[in-house]
Design a protein around this ligand. Structure first.
Ligand code: EPZ
Length: 427
């Protein structure tokens, strides 16, 4: 397994290109299943999960062709085309490696009237149930059966009727599956308390470009008028607001000055507010966002919540930033039940963090010391890199396959702004 080695002490200075958003790409790719025409996605990030999703689409009979990049994009162009589906089954061996595979459930149900998808199971940060995905689909007329670890869904008469569902808990993935199922329904589908993340807006905008009729995009109530068919489209994946926020935290902890090229301030207001609370200079510049810092971070009090609140995907990175800050910072993780796996690893570097249930108190220390640490999940891995960038000496981050799922060309991007970082391939 590859290892990433970071030698701390360098201030990050310069421009960091922000890639297409992983969590947008993973819900845009399954849209190709909704039509027999080609869907071309621009600015697709080079990530393990994107490649994995491409393989899953191929298993279902959807061709995927990677082209080069457009000059104005950092990502690649992929054209996906499901002329006819050869399967409606997403098997366990694929789904268990990539939870986002569950996002083929809605599109397969809409296109083929049936779908058999392995239950994704839990992961490091929580047990990740999919009950809300299934309840929303049932509200639209689907018949759902759970058997031998698989979800078997079908639409009576081959087409969802329509209906209304109010989410008791905001769920990004369940909202995505429900929207993709609804666009080809016979009638109207209404979702209340829907997730409002920018990635959902990206999904809805792409579906509209394909001929879907969706009202309330960006709000908590989505009204989808089913249509008989969708056509192909060309759509550009939004910039990754979590990648951008992650590098912003790296800039702050190293007292650097970076420009996040391609990042959109309007999509990350809570993150930018938290950076300013920590004492960073944050300003919109042409085509991106500048983040600069001198001195130690001020204490922050952050509680994760659905968009537009402070993103759970930013919690670990801000916690790493706070470890060298002044005073005590307080974090509360309200979305996932086990999203402090980075804490024991950060503690190995000399951080002072006290976890009490869903909350964690981080007391700033004067110095961190590099150490061998273990990546446990995607965002936890990034928090270890962030701490390593400011630690004295060398930090070896192991199991970096977690990082490769969500951060494209991480070491290249950091080297380009002065970080002393390298990947050691284990062969
Ligand atoms: C998406 O996961 C993201 N993944 C996650 O990013 C992100 O942390 C999460 O949304 C929250 O923003 C992708 O987009 C691929 P949820 P998702 O459904 O859809 C509970 C990363 O690091 N819930 O919004 O799985 C659930 O347990 C990843 O990039 C149910 O109870 O998250 C959680 O407590 C990690 N039943 C809460 O809702 C359900 O059916 C929010 O989960 C579904 C969810």
């Amino acid at each position: 397994m590859d290892q990433i080695v970071v030698r701390g002490g360098q201030r990050l200075k310069g421009r960091i290109p922000i890639s297409g958003a992983k969590n947008a790409a993973l819900t845009l790719l399954p849209c190709a299943l909704l039509t027999d025409e080609p869907l071309t996605l621009r600015n697709l990030p080079r990530l393990a999960d994107v490649d994995g999703f491409g393989h899953l689409l191929n298993q279902l009979g959807c061709s995927t062709t990677i082209e080069g990049s457009r000059p104005e994009d950092f990502g690649r162009v992929m054209t996906a085309r499901a002329t006819t589906l050869t399967s409606t089954v997403a098997p366990y061996d694929i789904v268990r490696k990539m939870r986002a595979s569950i996002l083929v459930l809605g599109p397969l149900l809409a296109r083929a009237g049936e779908a058999t998808v392995s239950l994704p199971g839990g992961c490091a940060i929580g047990n990740r149930p999919i009950d809300l995905h299934l309840k929303a689909l049932e509200a639209f007329g689907a018949e759902i059966e759970l058997a031998s670890g698989y979800v078997k869904a079908s639409a009576p008469g081959g087409r969802l009727a329509g209906g209304k569902f109010t989410f008791p808990v905001v769920s990004v993935g369940a909202t995505e599956n429900a929207v993709m199922a609804a666009v080809l329904a016979k009638g109207t589908c209404v979702l209340e308390n829907a997730a409002r993340e920018p990635e959902i807006v990206d999904l809805c905008n792409c579906l509209v470009a394909m001929g879907a009729q969706i009202d309330g995009i960006g709000s908590e109530t989505l009204t989808i008028e089913g249509v008989d068919r969708l056509h192909g489209a060309t759509y550009r994946v939004m910039a990754d607001r979590i990648e951008a926020g992650s590098y912003a935290c790296a800039a702050v902890i190293t007292e650097g000055d970076v420009e996040l090229v391609g990042a959109k301030a309007a999509e990350m207001e809570a993150t930018l507010a938290a950076l300013r609370e920590a004492g960073a200079t944050v300003e919109e510049v042409k085509g991106g966002i500048r983040v600069a810092m001198s001195g130690r971070a001020q204490p922050v009090t952050l509680s994760t919540s659905p968009y537009p609140g402070f993103a759970t995907d930013m919690q670990a990175q801000f916690m790493a930033m706070a470890t060298l800050g002044t005073g005590a910072s307080l974090f509360t993780e309200t979305i996932f039940e086990n999203r402090y796996m980075h804490v024991p690893e950060l503690a190995r570097m000399g951080c002072d963090i006290d976890v009490r249930g869903r909350s964690a108190v981080v007391r700033g220390v004067d110095a961190l010391v590099g150490a061998p640490v273990m990546a446990t999940d995607l965002r936890a891995s990034m928090s270890l890199i962030i701490a390593g960038l400011a630690a004295r000496g060398e930090t070896q981050v192991n199991r970096v396959y977690h990082l490769d799922r969500g951060y494209e060309r991480l070491e290249e991007k950091l080297q380009a702004v002065g970080a002393d970082i390298e990947r050691i391939s284990a062969g």
